[in-house]
Each structure stands twice: as structure tokens, then as C-alpha cells.
Design a protein around this ligand. Structure first.
Ligand SMILES: NC(=O)c1ccc[n+]([C@@H]2O[C@H](COP(=O)([O-])OP(=O)(O)OC[C@H]3O[C@@H](n4cnc5c(N)ncnc54)[C@H](OP(=O)(O)O)[C@@H]3O)[C@@H](O)[C@H]2O)c1
Length: 267
């Protein structure tokens, strides 16, 4: 199986590295293409992948093609790709907001998988939602899933609506967590902790809470009830958040990202 990644940016490289380092592919099989001469040169020096500066040499003989360019570059890219394609190739899009139908129409090919990746893929802890056109077989989809899983874990969703919804939860989600972290860091600094101590306090609090959460089936709500005793310190903080409607505001933020993903898909 020959895999090509088009676009050696943040996401393209993350997935390329995940796949190349997994036992599923050897580095000799992973191909990468970008239009930026500087990037091409750097990648060639690293010799981690087969690096290409023209599609003619790599696209026609690739079985699986990951598309990781910015959505606004896709129409021009697809025009160049079209004459080099065959009907067996599978196209896996990492692009936000570009629909399966658009990709099928512009490439003139039917086998398309659309994904919503997220940033922690860079450290092997990503979560990728994916859905596919009907012409992608179960076996082909399993193959794609195995490749996506090299950067963390993945979930199959039945419709593209859930790809847009994933944008609101996991795609944009790391930024919500960073927002919460920054707020706690700012509070720690305001209380007089040093920058180093604030970072240790906040980062270990997040890491510890996640580990507890993953240890069993208890919901976050149950954990709050377990740790917040009536009239105590934690309850004072939770009451303050409830009084300020923080839960609703976070849900509104997730929906704002979801709505924006739908809107971008229509453009
Ligand atoms: N970053 C995220 O957290 C995230 C999350 C979810 C989804 N995504 C999606 O992932 C995709 C890639 O995002 P990114 O952040 O990785 O972008 P990026 O860092 O800008 O990488 C895109 C790369 O593709 C290159 N490129 C542009 N046109 C090309 C063409 N015709 N052929 C080959 N390469 C081309 C770009 O070169 P130039 O720099 O010279 O233009 C750049 O090296 C986007 O569609 C985005 O919606 C990203």
C-alpha cells in the first residue's frame, strides 16, 4: 500500500510521522508532497519520507492520498490532481469544512473519507472523527482507520453533520482546555505563586483529573459531587461557576464552533 500525504504543514506532517513510525508502513512507502521549496529541502535532508516536489512522480501510483492543505488551496490543487487519478484511489481529507460531495465533484472520483483531526495528534494523543462516501468498502475504511489511529484514536461517525459537530468538541476543543488552563494560571499568578509553581500546579491538576476520569466510569459530575463537600472550598468554587452560568457558556462556545464549521462548509 502506497500512501501519499499532500501538504507538509502542521497536520500533514503530524499524520505522516504517525504513519511512518507505525509498523503499518515502512518509511520507504510513505510519500509526501508540498509546494513550498524550503519545506521540501528540509524534509529531504531529514530523509524520513520519500519527498516529492511534483505530483506527477508520486500521485498516479499512490493508493491512499491524504489531503492536508488549507481549504482555500483545495480547488487549485484538485485541478492539478484530476488528470493523474484512477478509480481505485482513496482520498482522505483532513480539511475543515470541505464536504465529501465537493471533493467528489472537483476530483471526479468517488472514494472519499472526510476527517476532523485535532491538535494532540502531534503527541500521539489525537482523536480523529471520520466518515466516508458509500463507495469506500468496509475493508478500505478499516485500513484508513488503522492509519488514523497511528496518531491516537479515532471514531467513525455516520454523517458529515457529526464531522462538523466534532469540530465543536474535539477539533476546536483543545483551545477550550487551554482557555481554562490559562484562567487558572492567571489566578495562581494573582495569588502570588511564581510562574514555574503556577505551571506545575495547573498542569498536574489537569493531568491528575484526567487520569482519575479515565480510571473508571464515573462522570465528571459524580467526581465533582465526590470532592465538593457542602459548605467547603470546592463547593464555593462550583457555586461561583454555576452562578455565572459557566456550564452554559462553554456549551454555547462549542455550538459556536459547530455552527461556524457548517457555515464554512457552505462557502
Ligand atoms: N491545525 C489544526 O489544528 C487543524 C485542526 C483540524 C483540521 N485542520 C485542517 O488541516 C489542514 C491543514 O492545516 P495545517 O494547519 O496543517 O496547514 P499548514 O500548516 O498551512 O499546512 C499546509 C501545507 O500545504 C502546503 N500547500 C499549499 N498548497 C499546496 C498544494 N497545492 N500542494 C501541496 N501543498 C500545498 C502549504 O504550503 P504554504 O505554506 O506554502 O502554503 C503548507 O506547507 C487544513 O485544511 C485544516 O482545515 C487543521
Amino acid at each position: 500500500m502506497k500512501v501519499l500525504v499532500i501538504g507538509a504543514g502542521n497536520m500533514g506532517l503530524t499524520y505522516a510521522e504517525g504513519m511512518a513510525n507505525s509498523p503499518l508502513l515502512t518509511k520507504h512507502k510513505l510519500r509526501i508532497f508540498d509546494t513550498d521549496p524550503k519545506k521540501i529541502e528540509t524534509l529531504k535532508q531529514q530523509s524520513q519520507f520519500h519527498v516529492y516536489d511534483t505530483l506527477d512522480d508520486c500521485l498516479p501510483k499512490s493508493d491512499l492520498v491524504f489531503i492536508a492543505v488549507k481549504p482555500y488551496h483545495s480547488a487549485d490543487l484538485f485541478k492539478i490532481m484530476t488528470p493523474m487519478l484512477n478509480d481505485d484511489q482513496i482520498f482522505v481529507s483532513l480539511m475543515a469544512g470541505v464536504t465529501i460531495e465537493t471533493i467528489q465533484q472537483q476530483l471526479g472520483k468517488s472514494k472519499v473519507v472526510r476527517t476532523m483531526p485535532n491538535l494532540p495528534a502531534q503527541v500521539g494523543k489525537g482523536v480523529t472523527s471520520y466518515t466516508a462516501s458509500k463507495s469506500v468498502s468496509r475493508v478500505e475504511l478499516l485500513m484508513v482507520r488503522n492509519l488514523l489511529d497511528t496518531t491516537g484514536t479515532s471514531i467513525h461517525v455516520n454523517t458529515e453533520k457529526f464531522i462538523d459537530a466534532s469540530t465543536g468538541i474535539s477539533g476546536s476543543g483543545p483551545a477550550y482546555v487551554f482557555y481554562f488552563m490559562q484562567s487558572m494560571l492567571d489566578a495562581a499568578l494573582k495569588m502570588g505563586f511564581s510562574a514555574y509553581d503556577s505551571k506545575v500546579l495547573v498542569s498536574n491538576t489537569f493531568e491528575g483529573a484526567i487520569e482519575l476520569f479515565n480510571q473508571n466510569d464515573m462522570s465528571p459530575k459524580s467526581w465533582i459531587e465526590k470532592v465538593a463537600s457542602k459548605g467547603g472550598t470546592t463547593q464555593a468554587a462550583i457555586d461561583s461557576m454555576d452562578d455565572n452560568n459557566v456550564k452554559q457558556l462553554i456549551q454555547d462556545a462549542a455550538y459556536a464552533a459547530f455552527d461556524r464549521a457548517v457555515e464554512l462548509g457552505k462557502k
